[in-house]
Design a protein around this ligand. Structure first.
Ligand code: SF4
Ligand code: SF4
Length: 473
């Protein structure tokens, strides 16, 4: 066996399962270098796509009110033209289901890609570290600054950084609060210090959550606190794509020496750049690790080095355990049963949400037939059935309604000549007595239709199909 092969097999024995718990336990601060590159640009693009709408959407108005607004006291959620009421539980359940299945799909395909690109912890940490860099300089300058004794320069730089962090966390907290108590209200009451106790608690909670988590604790949240990191193992398989160091190519690693024969070395020049750019302090060459959030920044770093030393890019790249172990090129990453099932479920849930949102009515009616007794024979030889109905006005204004039953000749109800008055959001429970002349009943069970209709707006109506029971012929 050649020396090169011996070193490579040593590496394989040492990294037999290629999965290590190599985590910074918080004893050392991570001073990640920031370098430009493809994955850094992707991260910025995703951040802009998610954060710009988060910060500006509360300022949009629609029909004279805030376009997106969670009105907790009135228990309503406004989404542009759509109002979601507590009774629209199906939409909320579908939204949660959609979010979970989407996360499962992403994890099955590409591991912790959500963590590395769109998790709020990651995005706000990126904002905080960006401003930290403006205030304190590069990673090397920050290490020097932290090591030096307190002096005017250190106080000035640290104060500037914390002022920017306070600004970011204040805007974040006010924006968050703005979704629940109105953005104008959230800003004006902040300046007059006029928040009520709930608003102060919400503001303080969000402010310190972001200030501490993304300013100080950072990657330790990803390593130790986040439950998603713990459960992702059950969502991945050997074909899940993660950021991976190709040890077949890279080992035995070693510095390249000019004018010398480097043919006994692998492609890794042991420059450590992949480690120094990692926001969670991981050395990806040690194998797949729980601390890796799949952000791809080390791929940018290594590709840059490979280009400089004239070697093929991709020593670190997104690949699966299956591809790595068999030294394969990228395989069919999406056309596998698990991601396909997840993607199908995601699509079905999404279609369900869209259907429920766009075919949602402003009027609700639920009717239950009284079973004890099913029917009553009246003295005038008519048959009476009792129904318990709940009607709900989900419009923004009070309205008057009529309730009619059709489907059998001579059908009448105790609400035939009554007007039902419902204020906005009001639900009313009514006992509905429906009578039919016995001679008009052709069987013991006949379909009927109940129609609730607005007096001023016939387009605002709701029909309900039910059954009328009698003794039969
Ligand atoms: S190892 Fe690479 S992909 Fe993983 S967190 Fe560090 S920089 Fe990101
Ligand atoms: S950046 Fe690439 S070449 Fe440099 S140490 Fe990491 S894997 Fe090796």
């Amino acid at each position: 066996m050649s020396e090169t092969q011996t070193k490579k097999s040593d590496y394989l024995i040492e990294h037999a399962d290629y999965t290590h718990w190599d985590i910074n336990s918080g004893d050392a601060s991570v001073y990640a270098r920031r370098i430009p590159g493809r994955f850094r640009n992707i991260k910025w693009a995703i951040m802009a796509t998610l954060l710009i709408p988060f910060f500006i959407l509360p300022y949009f108005t629609w029909n004279g009110r805030q376009a997106i607004y969670f009105d907790i006291p009135a228990r309503k959620f406004y989404l542009f033209d759509i109002t979601i009421w507590p009774q629209d539980l199906l939409i909320l359940a579908l939204l949660m289901l959609f979010a979970f299945i989407l996360l499962f799909s992403m994890t099955a395909i590409a591991g912790r890609i959500f963590c590395g690109t769109m998790c709020p912890q990651t995005m706000w940490t990126d904002l905080m570290t960006l401003t930290e860099r403006w205030a304190e300089g590069s990673a090397r300058q920050r290490i020097k600054l932290d090591a030096m004794p307190w002096n005017a320069e250190k106080i000035r730089k640290k104060a500037f950084k914390h002022l920017m962090w306070i600004f970011i966390c204040t805007v974040t907290s006010v924006t968050f609060l703005g979704y629940f108590s109105g953005i104008d209200n959230a800003w004006s009451k902040l300046f007059t210090l006029d928040y009520n106790v709930y608003e102060w608690v919400s503001f303080g909670f969000v402010f310190f959550l972001f200030y501490i988590n993304t300013g100080f604790v950072r990657e330790q949240i990803c390593n130790w606190v986040c439950p998603y990191a713990r459960i992702q193992a059950v969502m991945t398989d050997k074909d899940t794509v993660t950021t991976t160091y190709n040890y077949h190519r890279g080992e035995p690693r070693g510095r390249v020496k000019k004018g010398q024969d480097n043919s006994d070395k692998g492609d890794c020049v042991d420059c450590n750049l992949c480690v120094s750019v990692c926001p969670t302090g991981v050395d990806i060459r040690e194998g797949s690790q729980i601390g890796c959030i799949n952000c791809g920044i080390c791929i940018d770093a290594c590709d840059d080095i490979m280009t400089k030393v004239g070697r093929e890019k991709g020593l670190i790249r997104f690949m699966s355990y299956h591809e790595l172990e068999n030294n394969l090129e990228a395989g069919k990453r999406f056309l596998r049963p698990r991601p396909m099932i997840y993607m199908l479920a995601t699509t079905i849930t999404f279609v369900g949400i869209m259907y429920t949102l766009f075919f949602k009515t402003d009027l609700d009616m639920n009717v239950n037939h009284e079973r004890s007794p099913t029917y009553t024979v009246m003295s005038d030889r008519s048959i009476q059935n009792m129904y318990h109905a709940i009607i709900l006005n989900k419009t923004e204004a009070a309205a008057d309604f009529t309730l009619k039953a059709t489907g059998i000749d001579g059908i009448t109800t105790n609400y035939d000549n009554k007007v039902l008055k419902l204020t906005s959001g009001q639900a009313k429970k009514i006992d509905l007595l429906i009578k039919v002349p016995q001679k008009n009943l052709s069987s013991g069970r006949q379909p009927i239709t109940l129609k609730l209709e607005s007096l001023g707006n016939p387009e605002l109506s709701k029909t309900y199909e039910s059954m009328f029971f009698g003794p039969g012929n």
